[in-house]
Design a protein around this ligand. Structure first.
Ligand code: GDD
Ligand code: MN
Length: 367
């Protein structure tokens, strides 16, 4: 990329009319001094606070445009809409409230234009960066949020709404989930930049208006993190859920043995079989809906039968490993619980891989 690149600066807004003129002028000064071509794209969610008129007036002097959305709402989906409208090869995103210093945009986009980074964040948490006015609640909140984002990136301020990246890392914008509240993190996970960089910024309290950060957004953030985890670490996420379902199965199994044997006075032999069948069924239902929700390849009756077969195979493997070790190895003869454990591990591996690749397989039906 070269200095001839057009930088599209995307600014999501909700009730920010008062901030737009100052923001535009400061962006213009910064970009002019750095000799970088730019366009500003405001995506407003029908604030009706005079922002459309304000942008109209600014348009005479600056390369700015506005898209007012009437039906859709939300920060991330507004930013994604901005990506769609953008004509540049470099995308930058920032808040309208002057929390993010426009003077830093040239520094933010330079590594991208120079090809030394594919994602640059204006960061509060690197030396030189700050967020002085943050109270303890927002501090704690920021710490928890960034810790949860650790599995996805080494960036220390992945929550930042001030970042830039080359259009080329996201050829398919439909990959972006508009429900993802932290759009920067969403871009990191879906765009998978080869190199990231952080530029220190001093985060300022907003100029006018009030923050939209609420408890609801915190809950949404948690859901977002879980979705990103499932996207990036699909098998691991499935394994964790499969294990969790297995845990519930054990409880169900024991509850039904107790119910059958103790309360209904059915013979223990039958009670154990009932416990197994009921828990295998509840495991099946949970795995079908919760662990592998996208698997609708086979008819559910076929899936159920296969699940029981895989469970049987898992048990057989469990039994053979444990018994083989116990009978052929003096060490395991003595440490028979270790042999038992290794058997369980082997059985679980069969259960999981069989469930994933056979019972709940994805993709097109094979002939
Ligand atoms: N179009 C649109 N729709 N814009 C929105 C919406 C919405 O539903 N909600 C918020 N915005 C705009 C605001 O007008 C502002 O320009 C920007 O998104 C950020 O919103 P703020 O309300 O100022 O967020 P904040 O100050 O609490 O959060 C900032 O700091 C966080 C880190 O602590 C933002 O920069 C976040 O992106 C950042 O993660
Ligand atoms: Mn703000």
């Amino acid at each position: 990329m070269s200095t001839k690149d057009l930088v599209s600066i995307i600014v999501p807004t909700f009730r920010e009319a008062k901030n737009i003129p100052v923001l535009t002028e400061r962006i213009h000064e910064a970009m002019k001094a750095a000799r970088i071509a730019y366009e500003i794209i405001v995506v407003d969610d029908n604030s009706q606070d005079g922002i459309a008129e304000a942008v109209d007036a600014l348009r005479k002097k600056f390369p700015i445009s506005i898209k007012v959305r009437l039906t859709e709402r939300g920060l991330s989906s507004a930013v994604i809409e901005g990506f769609r409208l953008a004509k540049g090869t470099v995308f930058a995103v920032m808040d309208a409230d002057l929390s993010h210093p426009p003077e830093k945009i040239p520094e933010l986009v330079a590594p991208i234009m120079g090809g030394s980074a594919e994602f640059v964040v204006g960061s509060r948490f690197v030396p030189g960066g700050s967020a002085e006015h943050f109270n303890w609640f927002r501090r704690l909140n920021a710490w928890v949020s960034k810790t949860l984002a650790r599995p996805f990136t080494t960036v220390r301020d992945p929550m930042a709404g001030f970042f830039a990246f080359p259009k080329s890392i996201l050829p398919d914008l439909t990959l972006l989930n508009p429900l993802g509240f932290k759009i920067g993190l969403e871009v990191i996970v879906k765009g998978n930049p080869r190199t990231t960089m952080e530029i220190p910024i001093q985060f300022k309290e907003r100029l006018y208006g009030e923050s939209k950060l609420s408890i609801k957004e915190q809950v949404n953030y948690l859901r977002h993190i879980i979705r990103l985890f499932e996207y990036k670490y699909e098998s691991l996420a499935e394994m964790i859920k499969f294990g969790f379902v297995g845990g519930t199965g054990t409880v169900v199994n024991m509850a039904f043995v107790f119910l059958s044997y103790d309360i209904l006075s059915i013979s223990y032999r039958i009670a154990v079989a009932i416990g197994f069948l009921v828990s295998a069924t509840s495991n099946f239902i949970l795995n079908r809906t919760f662990t592998f929700p996208k698997s609708r390849q086979l008819h559910s009756a076929v899936q159920y039968a296969l699940f029981i077969v895989v469970g049987g195979a898992g048990f057989a493997v469990n039994w053979f490993i444990a018994v083989y070790l116990y009978e052929n190895n003096p060490f395991f003869h003595e440490h028979y619980l270790l042999a038992t454990f290794l058997g369980i591990l082997g059985g679980m591996t069969i259960n999981f891989t069989g469930s994933k690749l056979l019972v709940f397989r994805k993709g097109t039906t094979s002939a």
